[in-house]
Design a protein around this ligand. Structure first.
Ligand code: FES
Length: 311
């Protein structure tokens, strides 16, 4: 969709909120809590941003973008180039972080800009009268969205600022926050890798269906050395060699096999593909342990020996 930038607002020195409206469509595909949209950049690449507006307002999409000078360029372009009235190419929302609306207790854990999907989530949880707590960790003395989150959540909001300039600096003790395992408790976490890894470890013994993560950055493993492997297409038996310097997605494309993709860093899920057999080295940030038994992200995951794809 081509969407017009209807409003721009700074909520921190490096966080800018963009409100996007369609020229003719007054009702957009529903902005469900946890969903994100892809924003297309001038070079054709896309970036994912969580929707952070009111999930009951389908007249517009709202995204918050943290300017990351050392990032891959998307946030700097949005901050430095996009002005009020400009047009952005935006996908319909996709949701890998959907709120399970059961009679449940919810523990939401956000770090930094990872708070954005929690805004619509807390609005929805408040609306349905759910029992929840949002732990919001930030390195800033005045974390963005605190006022709005406080209005939505009242005492259900717990803010942890590690900044020495904060009125009362404190850090989240994840072990304490996740100490009550109940069959009906769902955990949602979005933030930096260190925070998500800590939550992963603390919930390793929880049922998988109760733990939900949203990542916007690739998994970083500086020690990983890619090696060549082979793909076999189960429908035809064709064998394709994936050299160390290419991805499975690259090789499939070069062979004329069209597969969808978007982020190409293992976070969006659009290139996920089934596999029938093989020893997969999973390097994505979105598949659950169960999903990894039968699916892989073609853009980043690799294999040992031969992987037979369900293609
Ligand atoms: S293209 Fe986004 S996970 Fe592969």
């Amino acid at each position: 969709m081509k969407m017009r930038v209807a409003d721009i607002r700074d909520v921190a020195s490096d966080v800018r909120v963009f409100t996007l409206r369609h020229a003719t469509r007054t009702v957009l595909p529903a902005p469900e809590p946890g969903a994100h949209v892809d924003v297309r950049l001038p070079d054709g690449k896309v970036r994912q941003y969580s929707l952070c507006g009111d999930p009951d307002d389908a007249s517009q999409y709202v995204i918050a973008v943290k300017r990351e000078p050392a990032g891959r360029g998307g946030s700097v372009w949005l901050h430095d180039t996009i002005k009020l009235g400009d047009t952005l190419q935006v996908s319909a929302p996709r949701n890998h972080f959907a709120l399970v609306e059961l009679p449940a207790r919810y523990i939401l854990i956000a770090g930094g800009i990872g708070v954005t999907p929690m805004l619509p989530m807390t609005r929805r949880l408040r609306k349905i009268g759910a029992d929840y707590v949002l732990h919001y960790c930030s390195s800033m003395s005045h974390p963005p969205f605190c006022g709005l989150l406080g209005e939505i959540s009242g005492p259900s909001l717990q803010v942890y600022s590690s900044s020495p300039a904060a009125a009362a600096p404190r850090r989240l003790d994840i072990a304490v926050a996740l100490s009550e395992v109940a069959p009906s408790t769902h955990v949602y976490c979005c933030g930096p890798a260190r925070l998500m890894n800590a939550v992963r470890e603390a919930t390793a013994h929880w049922p998988e269906a109760q733990i939900h993560f949203e990542a916007f950055k690739p998994l970083v493993d500086e020690n990983f050395v890619p090696e060549a492997f082979d793909l076999v297409l189960s429908s035809t038996g064709s064998r394709l060699h994936v050299p160390a310097e290419k991805s499975a997605l690259d090789v499939l494309r070069e062979s004329g096999i069209s597969t969808s993709s978007s982020c190409e860093i293992g976070v969006c899920g659009s290139c996920a593909c089934g596999y029938v057999s093989g020893d997969v080295i999973h390097r994505d940030a979105f598949l659950s342990p169960t999903a990894r038994k039968s699916r892989l992200a073609l853009c980043v995951s690799r294999g040992k020996g031969t992987i037979v794809l369900d293609l």
